[in-house]
Each structure stands twice: as C-alpha cells, then as structure tokens.
Ligand binder design. Structure first.
Ligand code: DAH
Length: 383
C-alpha cells in the first residue's frame, strides 16, 4: 500500500499528469487516485481508532459514555463519513477499507460495551452506598422537656403537706394593700412595711393595688371563706423590688401554711416544721426555731435548717453558722383573727411561709439562685 507509492507519489502523479492527458489511460489514473484515497482513508481510520479508544477510556459516567458513543459511531461521526466515502472506491479497495472499517467499528463497539459495563457496575455501587440504610443506627428519641425545678419543688412540697392532711389553696398575684398588709396587722406607716419593698400598680388610689410581696394574704382569703378548721398550704409567685443576687431574685415563690383549729399550740407548729423538713430534706437535716418578729404572728419565729452545703459544720453559704434560714412562722396574732372575724378565744392557729427557690437551692446545693431563671438548658436538665 504505502510502500508502493512513497512520498514522491504525488509529485510523480503531478509529473505524469503534467505530461499529456492523452498519454495516460483514465483507468490507470483513477486506479492511482483510488489508491491514494484508500491510503488516506486507512490513515484516517487509524487515527480515528486511536482517538475514539482514548475518548471511550476517558468517559467518566454512563451519560458521558453515551455521548462519546454517539460522537464515535453515530450518523455524523467520522466513521460514518468514511463509510459513505467507501462507496466511491473501486470494489477491491472498497473491500479492504470495508473490512478495516468493520474491524474498527467492532473494536469500538466492544470497547464501549466493556466501558459501559464497568461504569454501570461502579455507578450501581455508588448508588447503593448513597442509598444505604444503616439499620444499626440509633436515632435519638424525640427530645421531651420536663417541668422546671421550681415547679417540681413546689409539687413535692405540696405532696408533703397533702400527706399531713392539708389542702392546697391559691390566691391572686395582684393584691390590694388591705390583703397584703393591713389585714395582716401591718397598718400604713407601720415600720414593718419596710421589710417588703413593693411593686405598686397604677390602679385606683396610689399604693392601693400591688404585686403581692408574700403569700401571707392567702391566709386572709382562707379565713374569710369562713370554713373552720383550716389546714392549708398556698404556694405561688411573689414580687419584691430586690436586685437579683446569689440568694435573691425579684420574682420568686413562697409556700404559705395556715392551721386554724381549737387548741393549736406552738408545739404543733414546731412539730409540723420538723416533720416537713425531715420529709423534704431527709433525716440528716434538722430544723430549729429562732425568736423573731412578724406583725401577723405572736409569738413569731424564723425557722432554719441544717446547712446542706456543709451539713452543719459551717461554710460561706451559712455564714459559718451551720444553719440556713428558710422562712418565718408563728402563732396567728389575735389582731389578724379579729380582722377576719374569727373568735380568738375559741380558735387558735399557726402560720408559716418560706421560699420555694430556697428549698430547691438547699436540696440541690445550687450556689447561685439566678441559675433558676437563666434558662440554661444544661443547668435545667440536671433535675
Ligand atoms: N410572709 C413572710 C415573709 O414573706 C413570711 C412569714 C412569716 C409567713 C411568718 C408566715 C409567718 O405565715 O407566720 O417574710
């Protein structure tokens, strides 16, 4: 093929054709042209085979491979163009090129099929991996919150008193001066009002409506209901103009207790306090009463429990006393009984009131009360 023609072939042809048109048989001429054309087509086929093989090898996805296949084998491919040109060749050359064409087509077909196989196997693997379901995976269950520590503490305290036969009462957080102070034997200008730094509401007469500073007004409401005897606790929110610190927050909770019956003594009060502290804080924690003053009780006392931080040895929280104050208590003052129309000759009673946050603080050893209102989930979820 190539050998017979050599590089000078074209020149020879030129020279030959330059001589005389008539000197050459047109059959010979076309035979020569056919030869050249054949060589060119073979050459093109060779290049095509090389390039197409490389393109097939390069295809990185089934989609890319399909595109390459169309470019290489489709109607507008070089292969088809060559195929069409074969028609104009002499039968002998046509046969040779035709054979070669088929070889190339077959080889490319095979390469494409092989590549398709390996790509789709790979893609299947990738898809399986992407859609894989890990049946061993443990998904965290739906996160459910729980009640706030203060609510939990309130409920537990209520339980302790319900266990002693008390009922649970409620009163409004917005009170009048009369319920919050006056009926509790704290008249206007009484120096004891200074004990409660009050938020007043701009309703009615100045300083007549307020956010209750303690739960003690519920005592008045209970006694005014008129049913005796009374064994009740009344938990709820209280408000004071206090700046928040480690032991105070301006909105806090108290639980009030009131007992009115015949023959109630200070001994009953002390026993009740001791029973409650043991039930709530456990047997290692004790209570004690210290003489104090409240306008609505006589005699009055503050009650303290063993400091849970140092279990009584003395520490910073209890100012080295080993005791922490929980609240106040005392025997209901006859002046209070007379404000609500109860005969203090026939009835006697005791009352107490203490902070719910303080109880939670002592029970769980919470150094700073403000943690209860900061809504830090890491703190809250511990309880
Ligand atoms: N209400 C008082 C306070 O907030 C606490 C208190 C003291 C309540 C004596 C009582 C009591 O029922 O008898 O400081």
């Amino acid at each position: 093929m190539m050998n017979g023609c050599g590089d000078g072939n074209d020149m020879e042809m030129g020279a030959v054709s330059g001589q005389s048109q008539d000197g050459l048989m047109s059959r010979e001429k076309s035979a020569l042209e056919g030869l050249v054309e054949k060589e060119r087509l073979l050459d093109e086929l060779f290049k095509l085979e090389e390039e197409a093989s490389r393109a097939i090898a390069r295809a990185s996805s089934s989609k890319a491979l399909a595109e390459t296949a169309t470019a290489v084998l489709g109607k507008r491919s070089t292969l088809s163009t060559i195929h069409r040109q074969v028609a104009s060749l002499q039968p002998e050359e046509r046969k040779e090129i035709g054979q070669r064409l088929n070889e190339v087509r077959q080889k490319l077909d095979e390469l494409i099929a092989e590549k398709r196989e390996s790509l789709s196997a790979h893609e299947r693997e990738e898809q399986l991996e992407a859609e894989r379901m890990d049946l061993t995976e443990i998904t965290p269950s739906f996160l459910r919150g729980h009640l706030h520590l203060v609510t939990l503490t309130q409920m537990e305290l209520e339980d302790v008193f319900v266990g002693m036969g008390y009922k649970v009462a409620e009163g409004p957080e917005i009170e009048t001066d009369w319920y919050n102070f006056e009926a509790l034997n704290i008249p206007p200008d009484h120096p004891a009002r200074g004990m409660w730094d009050t938020f007043y509401l701009e309703v009615g007469e100045p300083e007549s409506v307020l956010l209750r500073t303690h739960t003690s007004p519920v005592q008045i409401r209970l006694m005014l209901e008129g049913e005796l005897p009374i064994y009740a606790v009344a938990p709820g929110k209280c408000y004071r103009r206090d700046t928040a610190d480690a032991r105070h927050i301006p909105i806090f909770h108290q639980i009030e207790g009131l007992v009115v019956d015949r023959g109630i003594t200070f001994g009953d009060l002390a026993g009740t306090i001791e029973t409650f502290t043991t039930a709530y804080f456990g047997p290692r924690i004790h209570s004690r009463l210290r003489p104090s003053y409240f306008p609505f009780t006589e005699p009055s006392a503050e009650f303290e429990i063993t400091c849970t931080i140092c279990t009584g040895k003395g520490c910073r929280t209890c100012s080295d006393t080993g005791w922490v104050e929980l609240g106040g208590c005392g025997m209901v003052d006859p002046a209070v009984f007379s404000a609500v129309g109860i005969d203090s000759e026939e009835w006697s009673g005791f009352a107490f009131g203490f902070g719910i946050e303080r109880c939670a603080q002592m029970r769980h050893q919470i150094a700073d009360l403000r943690a209860l209102i900061e809504n830090d989930i890491r703190f809250l979820e511990q309880f």
